[in-house]
Design a binder for this molecule. Structure first.
Ligand code: D5M
Ligand code: FE
Ligand code: ZN
Length: 552
C-alpha cells in the first residue's frame, strides 16, 4: 500500500519528535526500504535538528547507495559510516573499502584472530597484542607534564537513550520494544534466507521447504532427545524441531530466549512442524573490516572503579593516573570508562559492611577527586553500570544533572549504557556488561566463561544484541526502540562488569572486557570470583592493536 507509506513515515518521525520537509518524506517513501532509509537518516541527523531536511535525506541515501549489494555484508558497514561526522578520519567513511585498515597479518587473517584471543593478565601477547608488565612500576610525579600536548576531538555518541526515554513501564511498551527488536534484527537476517511469515508457513503443503525468522519463545528437549524451538514473529508462534543427530544441534546450546534467529527446513507431513536443516544468527559478516584512525592516537579502556568500596585500589589508580602524565602515554588521548564508577549503596545484600564511604554522593565526590589525577586534556567518556546511581533497567540513561555537576571538573562526555562512541573514526560500542553473567550461566563453558569473558561478548555480537534474554538477571526497561540491538557493527566492543580481563577479535571486531580497580570482595571470595585488578588495555586507534598495562 504505497499511499500509506508517507503517512507512516510522518507518524514515525512525529513519534520521535521530528518534523520533516515534504520532499524529505517523498524521498524516503520512494526507497526500496523506507523504514531502513528513515533509520539511516535519523542516525546521522544533527543532534539539535527538529526538522528532517530533504538535503539531509539525500545525503544519507547517496552514502548508502555505494553499498547497495547485500545488506548483510557491506550494508552494515555503510550505515556505520553514515553516523561518522566530517571531523573524523577518512578511513571510517571508506565503508566497504578496507584501505584504511592495517594490512599486516595481525588484523586481517583468521589465524591471527585466534592468536589474539586471550584473557587474564598473564601470558605473552600475540597477534597484535603486547603486554608491558614493566609499566606497572610507580612513576615519578615530577617528570610528568613534560610538554605532552593532547588534542583529542570530541567523542560523538549514537544510540544513547539519555534524554530520549519513552518508557512508561506499561506492558504495551514492552510489546513495542520487542517489535522493534524483531523488525531490526529480522532485517539483518532477511537478505540471507527466503522466509515466510509464520501464518503463511501454516498454510503451506506438507513436505514443502520453508524458512522462518523469529524470536526464540521457548526451547525444550523432547523425550527422544531432540530439540523443540518455538519461534515467534509478529503473526504468531511456530514449532521448529532440531534433530539431535544434526550438526546444528550444537548451535541449540548457544540459544538464549528472546533472541532473533532464522531457520530453514521442511514441513512435517501434517504441516504443523518445521524440521530444521540450518540455523542462522544475525551475526557480524565475516567480510566485516573495522575502521581505524588516520593518525597515531590511543584510547585507554577501563571499567569498574568502585570508588567508595573498602577494596577500591587507590594506589594502583594513582600509578595509572601518573603514568598517563608520562611521555610513554603521550598518545593516549581518550579514556573510556564502561560503568561502575562507584560502589553504590544497597546493590547487593550485606554490601554496607564493605563500604568505606556510605553516602552515594560522597562516593561520586571521591571518584571525581580521583578523576582529577588524570591529565586534564584527556577526552573522557563514561557510561553507568549496575552500581551507579541511575535506573538499573537497561538501557540506562547517563548520569543526571546532580551527578554531572559533582563530576564536572573534567568535562567528561557522559552517555547511556549502552552507547556507541565514535572517536577518531573508530566506533566503540560501550556496554557495562550485566548480561555477560547470564550468557556465562546459560552457555557451555567453552563458549563463554568468566576466564574468557570476551567469548561471551562474541555471543552478543553474534546475536547482535547486548542483552538478549529478558526476565533473568538483566533488567530491561520498556522503550519504543530497543536500544540494546547492535544494529551497526562496531569497530571495538568494550564491556566490564565481570571484573575479568579478556580480549580477542571476532570477525575483525576488537572485543575487550576490562578488569576492575577493586580487590576481591568477601562476596566474590565466597563464590570464587578471582578479579583481574588494575590492568589497563590501551588500544592503538590507527591499527586496533592492543597493549595491556599492569598497575597493580
Ligand atoms: O559485578 C562483579 C561480578 O560479580 C559480576 O560478575 C557479578 C558478580 N556479583 C557480585 N556480587 C554479586 C551478588 N551479590 N550476586 C550475584 N552476583 C554478584 P559488580 O557489578 O561489580 O557487582
Ligand atoms: Fe563492577
Ligand atoms: Zn557491574
Amino acid at each position: 500500500m504505497p499511499q500509506e507509506t508517507p503517512r507512516r513515515i510522518v507518524a514515525e518521525l512525529a513519534s520521535r519528535g521530528y518534523n520533516a520537509e515534504r520532499e524529505a518524506v517523498t524521498l524516503l517513501a520512494g526507497t526500496a526500504d523506507p523504514g531502513r532509509a528513515l533509520e539511516r537518516a535519523l542516525e546521522s541527523v544533527p543532534e539539535d535538528a527538529l526538522k528532517l531536511s530533504a538535503e539531509h535525506v539525500r545525503a544519507t541515501l547517496d552514502e548508502a547507495s555505494g553499498f547497495a549489494e547485500g545488506r548483510a555484508a557491506a550494508g552494515d558497514h555503510a550505515s556505520a559510516s553514515a553516523s561518522v561526522s566530517a571531523s573524523t578520519s577518512t578511513a571510517a567513511s571508506s565503508g566497504a573499502d578496507p584501505s584504511g585498515i592495517d594490512t599486516g597479518p595481525a588484523s586481517t587473517s583468521a589465524s591471527a584472530s585466534a592468536d589474539l584471543d586471550s584473557s587474564g593478565g598473564t601470558g605473552a601477547g600475540a597477534g597484535g597484542v603486547t603486554e608491558d608488565p614493566s609499566s606497572g612500576s610507580p612513576v615519578e610525579r615530577e617528570g610528568s607534564p613534560a610538554g605532552i600536548d593532547r588534542d583529542p576531538s570530541p567523542a560523538e555518541v549514537t544510540d544513547d537513550v539519555t534524554g530520549r526515554s519513552t518508557g512508561t513501564g506499561e506492558y504495551e511498551d514492552f510489546v513495542a520494544t520487542f517489535r522493534d527488536r524483531y523488525e531490526r534484527l529480522s532485517r539483518l537476517l532477511a537478505g540471507r534466507i527466503n522466509h515466510r511469515p509464520t501464518t503463511a508457513v501454516d498454510g503451506m503443503p506438507a513436505g514443502e521447504d520453508a524458512a522462518i525468522v523469529g524470536m526464540v519463545a521457548d526451547i525444550r528437549s523432547t523425550a527422544s532427545g531432540h530439540w523443540l524451538i518455538e519461534l515467534e514473529d509478529t503473526n504468531g508462534v511456530f514449532p521448529c524441531l532440531v534433530m539431535k543427530d544434526k550438526g546444528i544441534a550444537d548451535l541449540v546450546d548457544e540459544l538464549l530466549l528472546d533472541e532473533v534467529i532464522a531457520v530453514e527446513g521442511s514441513l512435517s507431513d501434517d504441516g504443523g512442524l518445521l524440521f530444521v536443516d540450518s540455523l542462522h544468527f544475525p551475526d557480524v559478516p565475516r567480510t566485516h573490516r573495522s575502521s581505524t584512525a588516520d593518525r597515531h592516537v590511543q584510547a585507554a579502556l577501563i571499567s569498574d572503579v568502585h570508588c567508595g568500596s573498602q577494596e577500591f585500589m587507590g594506589e594502583a589508580w594513582s600509578r595509572f593516573a601518573d603514568w598517563l602524565h608520562t611521555e610513554e602515554a603521550a598518545a593516549v588521548e581518550y579514556l573510556l570508562i564502561a560503568g561502575d564508577m562507584v560502589e553504590g549503596v544497597g546493590v547487593y545484600p550485606n554490601q554496607a559492611e564493605e563500604l568505606e564511604i556510605v553516602d552515594i554522593y560522597e562516593q561520586y565526590e571521591a571518584f571525581s577527586e580521583h578523576l582529577k589525577e588524570v591529565p586534564g586534556d584527556l577526552e573522557i567518556v563514561m557510561i553507568p553500570g549496575n552500581h551507579d546511581a541511575v535506573r538499573l533497567a537497561e538501557p540506562q540513561p547517563g548520569f543526571d544533572e546532580e551527578l554531572r555537576e559533582i563530576m564536572s571538573a573534567h568535562d567528561a562526555r557522559i552517555t547511556g549504557n549502552p552507547s556507541t562512541v565514535t572517536i577518531e573514526g573508530v566506533d566503540v560500542l560501550m556496554y557495562h556488561g550485566v548480561s555477560l553473567d547470564e550468557v556465562i550461566a546459560e552457555l557451555p563453558e567453552e563458549k563463554a566463561s568468566y576466564d574468557h569473558p570476551h567469548r561471551a561478548m562474541y555471543q552478543l555480537l553474534k546475536k547482535r544484541h547486548v542483552a538478549p534474554q529478558y526476565g533473568g538477571h538483566t533488567r530491561l526497561a520498556p522503550e519504543e526502540r530497543d536500544y540494546l540491538v547492535i544494529e551497526d557493527v562496531p569497530d571495538v566492543f568494550h564491556t566490564g562488569h565481570v571484573h575479568k580481563l579478556g580480549y580477542g577479535k571476532y570477525h575483525d571486531v576488537l572485543t575487550i572486557n576490562s578488569g576492575c580497580w577493586q580487590e576481591q570482595t568477601a562476596f566474590q571470595e565466597s563464590v570464587n570470583i578471582d578479579p583481574d585488578c588494575a590492568f589497563t588495555p590501551v588500544v592503538d586507534l590507527d591499527t586496533l592493536e592492543l597493549t595491556i598495562r599492569d598497575f597493580e
